[in-house]
Design a protein around this ligand. Sequence first.
Ligand code: NAD
Length: 492
Amino acid sequence: MTAIDISTKYPPVRNYIGGQFVEGNGNTWLDVTNPADGSVLSRVPLSPSAEVDRAVQAAKKAFPAWSSLPIKERVQVFFRYKTLLEENIADLAALITEENGKIDIEARAEILKSAELTEFACSLPQITAGEVLEVSRGVECRIERFPVGIVASITPFNFPNMVPNWTIPNAIALGNCMILKPSEQVPLSAGRIAELLREAGLPEGVLNIVHGGQETVEAICDHPDIEAITFVGSTRVAKIVYRRGTANLKRVLALGGAKNHLIVMPDAEPEMTSSNVVASMSGCAGQRCMAASVMMAVGNTDHIVERMVKIMRSLTPGKHLGPVISKEAKQRIEGYITEAEKAGAKVLVDGRGYVVPGKENGYYVGPTLIDYVQPDMKIAQEEVFGPVMVVIRAKDVDEALRVQNRSRYGNAASVFTESGGVARYVMEKASAGMVGVNVGVPVPREPFSFGGWNESKFGVGDITGRGSIEFLTKSKKMTTKWNKEAGTNWMS
Ligand code: NAD
């Protein structure tokens, strides 16, 4: 497929290299589709390895000047960028809605989170101020942080603006130059990020964008001048990128998929619990790595399940929740529901075959609640990534924790209860990187860092907040002595 002879709402997507939007050198293209109505918005190039190299050369050229600016000067770009994100929130959100499908309020929340991530980057001069100590008379040790060099970030479809901003502000404020490889399903928001950063004064070559798919990612993993990679996406690809990147001796932090369990105790506050659980499973049409997808119903929680049914039935796809990303995703999600039903589970609210009037070609799935799911069913174990919640019954909190902790994932977990003792017990025992109490989506806010456990994250450290600083920098340990009469000791 070529980019020629096509009339789409947006022109063909271009790579961003050395401060310019440029034609890719490849000749393979994919359609970028609006999932709400199936229309083609644009086309995205699948860049070959030569394009990755072109971006790396631009980043290498920019690195000496950018990395030698004091951090207090580097972060000035991000003060301006944060203001630009806020000023442009309506347009940025509209673009997210077009390419990803999420509804306006969710798209705006994504931009607000991007602004919060940027605000954290603005505080890095304070946070990374060095350590210094006189270790023996007249002898001083200090630690200073240096950028690692060129950092690449490979991102998924579900947060076209926020996930790139998990890495961009911190990595660049810390002195690195970057290559961003956005999801080929949502490439348009990345271009706007580049434009805003340029307007904020980011020098050319510091951020570069190369669009593409598997071949482009493999070229990133193999490029000798890329020092570090952050990846966010499915566990299958996270493993590929982690293995290939580390085999090439790079630092890699690869965040994967999720299967988040919410434990609902019989004493949970019914109104809050039912609305929080439904919001967690249906927000962004269930396409969040922090979405709840399994409710562990402990003891008698029928009154909460009944409320959830009512709330879900009041949600209208097309109004309260957007479409899923593609026709294939809709088919996959509906396939999971059908399979669970065949295996004996009871579908209480059925979102299959949903059609939004006027958007008959959209990829909508209505909120779905499935009760009496067994822990060994496929739908209980695999990531569905749609607005689907399964209920697994458990006799006590230990049984609920056993089921949860058998999951190969470990992104998030939550407990809904009025008992501090039970809450503390779950916080301690849940095998997950992010845990909530009476919170359906326990995303840590800055400065607390984001990252799961088990097969939800490969590598050391977290991707945002304080947890990212170690990953994005190298520390240098310096020992100095200026006077000849300074003390000598067993170390000398
Ligand atoms: P994906 O793994 O299909 O794609 C992610 C990136 O990898 C994209 O840029 C894509 O181009 C690239 N890619 C795809 N196949 C590849 C291959 N074979 N080799 C090399 N690169 C390849 O993920 P997605 O469908 O875009 O996003 C949804 C997934 O992301 C879900 O599993 C979700 O849980 C996960 N996710 C996780 C987090 C987290 O913080 N853990 C956050 C957001 C999304």
